[in-house]
Design a protein. Structure first.
Length: 247
């Protein structure tokens, strides 16, 4: 979450883009491809993701690839995290998993920088979701808020020799869950094609493991932050909902 100062850490805000990542007024933006596939297929199969736009961010050793899809039911996000030694100790919903290893997405529906959703997932498929009332400098969040209907799945990825290559997290974010945010009151949810929300994605890697979790921490973001918190709405970028291929 980046509530306070990070101490000794490595901060990355470098992205390699693949697919439809464009720019408006020089800022990066990301297009979410429409899908006709069901949530079950998106979770269980690789083929729905072939048409998804994507980008990669973070250092090569812990690179993360992000993809997203949408349809009438919800928004679907996917993180593929390179990591030979992912770890966790927390096992309960809404634990402070940002103190360990996570992937994260912040989604700002009305582009106001307030009342945005934060979704975190750890390598054990533990989810923490919050409503962030505001970001820096006066960060305030509501961990009692839940995105209703959220479903997530995590798998470990292996090399042929059986060693760990990384982990993949997929989350189903139903539109109905977003409608409980105050920011949804001034916009249309579900979004219409070409609508623009704001977002950013992140990864926290702690190479020191549970014994030394604050040693050489990597805080990676797609859109670079300027301070010591991920909660910087000014650097969120456009999330654009592409129309269906049928128009």
């Amino acid at each position: 979450m980046g509530w306070g100062a990070w101490g000794a850490a490595v901060v990355f805000g470098i992205a390699m883009t693949i697919g439809s990542v464009g720019a408006q007024d020089g800022e990066p933006e990301f297009h979410v491809a429409w899908t006709e596939e069901s949530a079950t297929s998106i979770i269980d199969d690789e083929s729905p993701w072939w048409d998804a736009h994507r980008f990669r961010f973070g250092p090569a050793l812990y690179e993360t690839e992000f993809r997203a899809l949408w349809n009438a039911e919800g928004l679907y996000v996917r993180f593929d995290a390179t990591d030979t030694n992912p770890w966790f100790t927390m096992t309960n919903r809404d634990d402070r998993i940002w103190q360990e290893e996570v992937v994260e997405i912040f989604i700002d529906l009305d582009r106001s920088g307030t009342n945005y959703a934060e979704i975190e997932i750890n390598p054990n498929n533990v989810v923490t979701d919050l409503r962030m009332l505001r970001g820096v400098p006066d960060i305030e969040g509501d961990i009692e808020w839940d995105l209703d209907g959220l479903e997530s799945h995590v798998r470990l990825n292996k090399y042929r020799d059986g060693s760990t290559a990384g982990w993949t997290a997929v989350a189903v974010l139903p539109w109905a869950g977003f409608q409980t945010l105050p920011s949804a009151e001034t916009i249309t949810v579900p979004p219409a094609p070409a609508d623009r929300w704001r977002f950013n994605v992140f990864r926290i890697k702690r190479p020191g493991g549970p014994q030394r979790p604050t040693q050489d921490v990597v805080f990676a973001s797609w859109s670079p932050i300027t301070g010591e918190s991920f909660h910087e709405p000014a650097v969120f970028r456009d999330l654009i909902f592409d129309p269906s291929t049928e128009g």
